[in-house]
Design a protein around this ligand. Structure first.
Ligand code: CTP
Ligand code: MG
Length: 227
């Protein structure tokens, strides 16, 4: 039997950098919220069995969406940080040997083509989508003066989805959080636990909608996207 693949989507952030009147995942692009665009890419993939969505406590925006209740989506409460939101999602999974695909709600432009590349991974180190850095990278001091130019050839920008076996990721996140580590993605928790996740080269249009100017770009990509 093929392995069970469950998507965990953290959607409990407040979107402070977007400076909008609601969390950015509930802003509309082309008549659908960013969250709905993201969910539709994930739910329409034939290999994904179920979605666990971590949302803010007493989130008032969810009920505005016609998508809920949905038989393939389980809602859980998010946490203070992204890592805690993801961990809450993992705690709702009964099968320890399921594989978990963690994907930001704020990345609506993901393609099935990229997802397929990642889903080929079947090694317990796990893997993430990422792109090689293209800009010249500077290290700065607190006054924003350049200290040095970094060697770009070894640097990658991490994206999501990130793909791990459920029990290994859960242990890594619990361990990292208990150590007070700053965990900004799942791979960093796995790295702290001694794993070496693989980098799968993705597409640069899989942007994380973060700042106001990203909305126009996401709309452009979504207009052109087929899946
Ligand atoms: N997220 C979450 N729980 C948190 C913080 C973030 O589920 N406590 C989610 C966000 O909803 C988003 C994803 O993690 O889908 C990536 O985080 P980010 O882009 O940083 O979103 P926000 O934290 O909402 O934005 P900001 O950092 O600008 O406040
Ligand atoms: Mg954030």
């Amino acid at each position: 039997m093929s392995r069970e693949i469950i998507a965990v989507i953290p959607a409990a952030g407040v979107g402070s950098r977007m400076q909008a009147n609601k969390p950015k995942q509930y802003l509309k692009i082309l008549d659908k919220t960013i969250l709905e665009h993201t969910l539709s890419v994930i739910l329409s993939h034939p290999a994904i069995n179920h979605v666990i969505l971590a949302v803010g406590k007493n989130d008032p925006y969810l009920s505005e969406m016609t998508l809920f209740p949905h038989q393939n989506i389980t809602l859980v409460e998010g946490g203070e940080t992204r890592a805690e939101s993801v961990l809450n999602g993992l705690n709702a999974i009964k099968n320890d040997y399921a594989w978990v695909l963690v994907h930001d709600a704020a990345r609506p432009c993901l393609t099935h083509q990229d997802l397929n590349k990642l889903l080929q991974i079947d090694d317990e180190q796990g893997a993430i989508l990422a792109i090689p850095a293209v800009d010249t990278i500077k290290r700065a001091n607190e006054q924003q003066d350049i200290i040095k130019t970094e060697d770009r050839t070894e640097l990658w920008l991490a994206q999501t989805p990130q793909f791990f076996r459920c029990d290994l990721l859960r242990n890594a996140l619990e361990q990292g959080l208990s150590q007070g580590a700053n965990i900004t993605d799942e791979a960093s928790a796995m790295e702290l636990a001694g794993f070496q996740p693989h980098l799968v080269a993705g597409r640069s249009d899989n942007i994380k909608v973060t700042r106001p100017e990203d909305l126009a770009l996401a709309e452009f990509y979504l207009t052109r996207k087929t899946l």
